[in-house]
Design a protein around this ligand. Structure first.
Ligand SMILES: [Zn+2]
Length: 397
């Protein structure tokens, strides 16, 4: 049985409710649910807190007796297993829901999802949707990491109208306004870790904590990719260690003394292999950062190994905030899944550092495709892209 137009509308509403769990439920999925009876919404809910009631249970509670005879629209197939809470499939049956429509199927190889259980109990079950993308977009981190068992990595870049990330190389140029900066902190709050390159850590001396009154369930770990462990022990990161851990990735090139200094300052330091140098003839003509610089010098870290180590440390999602050189390398090596591109209404001119290639290139030239309309934050725009170029690009069907 396929989805009617109104089924799809209600499902999309369930999907939009799911996002309210951002920063509070991962590594569990964000899920939303609406209950509809006689064309009217009688209940709604979402998974609000890790370990707490699931979306369906919250929706049933909000509907009370009105759940009886209703249709439940859920962004993800109701669960059938006993986890931290009893299965939602049972809760829906008990509440007297007579029809269940869901968007995305429960991922993984285990047979016997909640849809099957409900159908066996005589409920009309419709799902998964033919086009699951809107329902995966609710929580791409969850679906990607469940499938690939590797960290989901998102890049954040702020650029001028002429696609420059800074007025000059090695200089910090604040581009975005307060509303966009607030959105950056909201985005951070939904990731396990925030990552910057060593040069960005040195030039910006950032805190990388979640502020603006946001309250992530687990503050993201602050990662610095610092191959030679050159970061100063006086960096602001070390003054805020009660707020979030600091993790530094260095290579064998780092001296034992430097590694010891950073450990004494309170950081966890992990050693990963150095990157293979790029053959001279293979140098890029331009890149996200330094307008033609080498994306990965000898002595840089092996980024894939770094992400593997992240996974083994329990870090499932990484929000990379710079610099451009690191973003370029992650894109080139097909290790990034998403790009959050903030565009500020000013120009930096030809002397500025181009974000893409020689300055005329676009994210599309590098394999990114837009996920939808830009979103406005004050004077700035946020454009979101997914990477489509790699074998592990997330194009679930
Ligand atoms: Zn459930």
């Amino acid at each position: 049985m396929s989805l009617s137009e109104s089924d799809r509308e209600w499902l999309l509403q369930a999907a939009s409710l799911a996002g309210r769990g951002w920063g509070r439920v991962h590594p569990n999925p964000m899920v939303g649910c609406v209950l509809i009876r006689d064309g009217k919404r009688v209940g709604e809910g979402w998974h609000e807190e890790y370990g707490g009631p699931h979306a369906e249970v919250n929706a049933i509670r909000s509907a009370g007796d009105a759940a009886r005879g209703a249709t439940a629209y859920v962004s993800l197939e109701p669960c059938s297993h006993h986890g931290k809470t009893p299965p939602c499939a049972e809760a829906l049956l008990e509440a007297g829901v007579t029809r269940v429509v869901f968007g995305a199927p429960e991922p993984g190889d285990e047979p016997g999802g909640g849809g099957e259980l409900l159908a066996q109990a005589g409920i009309e079950v419709v799902g998964p949707a033919a086009d699951v993308r809107p329902f995966h977009d609710v929580d791409p981190v969850f679906f990607y990491t469940t499938r690939y068992q590797r960290p989901y990595l998102a890049l954040k870049l702020a650029v001028s109208l002429d696609a420059r990330i800074a007025a000059r190389a090695g200089e910090r140029t604040p581009l975005t306004g307060d509303e966009a900066n607030r959105e950056v902190h909201r985005l951070r709050s939904g990731f396990d870790a925030v990552l910057v390159g060593g040069e960005t850590a040195r030039v910006d001396d950032p805190l990388l904590t979640v502020r603006y009154g946001m309250d992530p369930r687990i503050p993201p770990t602050r990662i610095v990719l610092d191959p030679s462990a050159a970061l100063s022990a006086d960096a602001s990161l070390f003054r805020t260690q009660d707020e979030a851990p600091v993790l530094i990735f260095a290579t064998e090139a780092a001296s034992a003394e430097r590694v010891g200094t950073l450990r004494d300052a309170g950081a966890q330091v992990e050693i990963v292999p150095a990157a293979e140098p790029i053959p001279q003839g293979d140098l890029p003509q331009g890149n996200l950062a330094q307008g033609g610089g080498v994306v990965q010098r000898e002595g840089g870290a092996n980024l894939e190994k770094m992400l593997e180590r992240c996974w083994s440390l329990g870090i499932r999602s990484v929000f990379c905030e710079g610099g451009g050189r690191l973003a370029t390398a992650l894109t080139r090596e097909e290790l990034a899944q998403r790009l959050y591109l903030f565009k500020a209404p000013l120009t930096l001119g030809p002397g500025g550092v181009p974000a893409f290639g020689d300055g005329d290139s676009t994210p599309e030239d590098l394999g990114w495709s837009s996920t939808g309309e830009p979103i406005r934050f004050g004077p700035d725009l946020l454009l979101t892209y997914d990477y489509e170029g790699s074998p592990t690009a997330f194009r679930e069907v």
